[in-house]
Structure formats: structure tokens, C-alpha cells
Design a protein around this ligand. Structure first.
Ligand code: ADP
Length: 304
């Protein structure tokens, strides 16, 4: 197959591993920078063009693997949509990526499908601040910037007063945020479940470094293999399905009342999980694409 890996980072571990795994399995793999893609939006012959060093070419793939960074979601998903319109198979659909990138929307969808999550509040007006704090059971609580990635916009307020100041500061800065119940018993660790299709193919526990509650590896967290409970496995698969993602990294914490989903990531990194588990995740992704693409390209439903 001709496989396009839509990534702005050809040197990133995940990108390189996907290229390597595709080539090992006899495919023609190529990394494409989505920002260099451009399109002619016509109904009869949808095409994606690519310009590299001034030379224009028409891109033709049997399958694409979107690895679209949060900073280029809008343009990246537009380019991906153009591939979809041209009937190219994509492991994750553009609408599913957009859906999972918006934390508020993702939380609402997960909640309405009965997926357990920490209690989460959201409001536009300052006069709701006190209520938001009350909804989530008071401090300590979490304030999360909606566009946060790698834990950078996730803050812990130890007191109601600190929470109020933080909320007011974000409001003044016009930054969208969520207020969330702090799951103290998670003890600074979370679980990353790597979902492909309807299976969790690998899982790791990430533990925050000393004095930190965020377990992101980018925040100095460490990873180790973990054996999932059946309910955690089922929850991860269901959360990915609700988002419409065939490839997903589902993050959850263990609370006193069972597992709670924090986030569903559409471009989960491969380095941490491959190194922690010793599994060939990139190979598993390519193998899945070989089978799933036989069913034909994604259906363009127009539904968000
Ligand atoms: P990001 O998308 O920026 O990584 P997350 O929502 O995944 O944001 O949060 C980052 C980390 O912070 C999580 O991996 C987890 O360790 C911790 N965390 C987030 N929300 C909570 C919460 N409600 N209770 C306890 N820990 C949390």
C-alpha cells in the first residue's frame, strides 16, 4: 500500500517508527507535512497537492495516518478531510479528531454516553465561579485550560480562595477553561490505554515525579507496564468508540468509585508506550490499517 503519514515532525520517534513499521511490512511509506498540502475543492475530482522545494505534485495514497499536532488542528483536519473526500482511507477520521481535540465537547459526549469522568464544571460568567467550585466539591480542585496538552494547562488550586483567583485570572485573559474535581486518591498517577480498533493493545501507568500531581511524561513522569482490570479495558474501548477514533490513547485515573476518563487523545505518542511495554505498537497500527482499509474509505457523513 502507499501510506502517507501526516506529520510535521519527520524526526519524531512516533513518525519514524510508523515509517519503519510500514516499510518492514512491505508498504511504501512517506511523511507529509500537512501545512504544505493545498487543495482544489471541486466536486468532480478532489485532489491534494503538495509543494516541496517549489515542485508541485498531486498526492496519491491508499491510506493515511494523521498525526496532527494541536497547534495545526484546523488546517490539518481540513487537509485530511480532502483526502477523505478523495476516498482515501484514514485510520482516524477528521471529524473524530476535531471532536476529541475540544475538551469541553469531548467531556459532554463522553458524559452523555455514560462514561465515568471527574465532575467537571464550565461557565462563561464570573458570577458562576462560586457555584463551579461548589459543583466539584470545593478545593483542592483542578482548573484545566481547554486547549491544554502535555499537562501544561492543568493546575491544582489547594484552597477555594486560590481557585477563585485562578478562575478570575483565566477569565481576564480570555482563556477557556474547565473546573474539575481533583481525584486525590489517584496519587499522581494515571493510566494510558492504547486502543486500536476495539482492543486495548497496550497499557502503561504513568507516575508523577515527587511533588507533582501531573503524571505526563513531558512533566517528568515515569512509565511502567500495568495490568488493566476488565472494567478499565472496556471503558477505554468505549471512550475511543464514543469519540469515533480507531486509534486512541485513553487516559484514566483510578478513583474510589472506579476508573474515570480524563482524556481521549487522537495522536497518542508511541515512544513512552513502546519503551514501557516492549511492544511493537507501530507494527500493530500498520497491521490494523491493512485489514480495516479493506472495508473501504471512511464514510463522509457530515456529522460532527
Ligand atoms: P493534558 O491534556 O494537558 O495532558 P490532562 O487532563 O490529561 O491534560 O491532565 C494531565 C495530568 O494531570 C493527568 O495525566 C493526571 O495525572 C493529572 N490530572 C488531570 N486531571 C486530574 C484530576 N481531575 N484529578 C487528578 N489528577 C488529574
Amino acid at each position: 500500500m502507499k501510506i502517507g503519514i501526516l506529520s510535521r515532525g519527520p524526526k519524531l520517534y512516533s513518525t519514524q517508527r510508523l515509517v519503519e513499521a510500514a516499510r518492514e511490512r512491505g508498504h511504501d511509506a512517506r511523511v507529509i507535512d500537512v501545512l504544505r498540502c493545498y487543495m482544489n475543492i471541486t466536486s468532480n475530482k478532489p485532489t491534494v497537492y503538495y509543494k516541496n522545494k517549489g515542485v508541485r505534485e498531486q498526492l496519491q495514497f491508499d491510506a493515511v495516518i494523521p498525526r496532527i499536532g494541536a497547534s495545526v488542528t484546523a488546517y490539518g483536519t481540513a487537509a485530511l478531510r480532502q483526502f477523505e473526500v478523495g476516498k482515501v482511507y484514514s485510520i482516524n477520521e477528521s471529524v473524530a479528531i476535531t471532536r476529541s481535540r475540544d475538551k469541553l465537547r469531548a467531556h459532554q459526549l463522553l458524559a452523555c454516553k455514560g462514561i465515568g469522568m471527574p465532575i467537571t464544571g464550565y461557565a462563561n460568567r464570573a458570577d458562576a465561579t462560586e457555584d463551579l467550585i461548589e459543583f466539584v466539591g470545593g478545593a483542592p480542585l483542578i482548573v484545566k485550560v481547554i486547549s491544554s496538552t502535555q499537562g501544561k494547562g492543568v493546575l491544582l488550586a489547594e484552597t477555594d480562595k486560590a481557585a477563585e483567583s485562578l478562575i478570575n485570572a483565566f477569565r481576564d485573559l480570555d482563556t477557556e477553561f474547565l473546573v474539575q474535581e481533583f481525584i486525590k486518591e489517584a496519587g499522581g498517577s494515571d493510566i494510558r490505554c492504547f486502543v486500536i480498533g476495539d482492543k486495548v493493545i497496550a497499557a502503561m501507568q504513568r507516575c508523577a515525579k515527587e511533588g507533582e500531581f501531573r503524571s505526563n511524561l513531558h512533566m517528568g513522569g515515569t512509565a511502567k507496564v500495568i495490568k488493566l482490570k476488565p472494567e478499565e479495558r472496556a471503558l477505554a474501548v468505549k471512550a475511543a468508540k464514543v469519540m469515533g477514533l480507531d486509534l486512541a490513547g485513553v487516559d484514566m485515573v483510578r478513583s474510589n468509585h472506579g476508573p474515570l476518563v480524563l482524556e481521549v487523545n487522537s495522536s497518542p505518542g508511541l515512544e513512552g508506550i513502546e519503551k514501557a511495554t516492549g511492544k511493537d505498537i507501530a507494527g500493530a497500527i500498520i497491521e490494523y490499517i491493512e485489514k480495516d482499509s479493506q472495508k473501504g474509505p471512511n464514510k463522509i457523513t457530515g456529522k460532527g
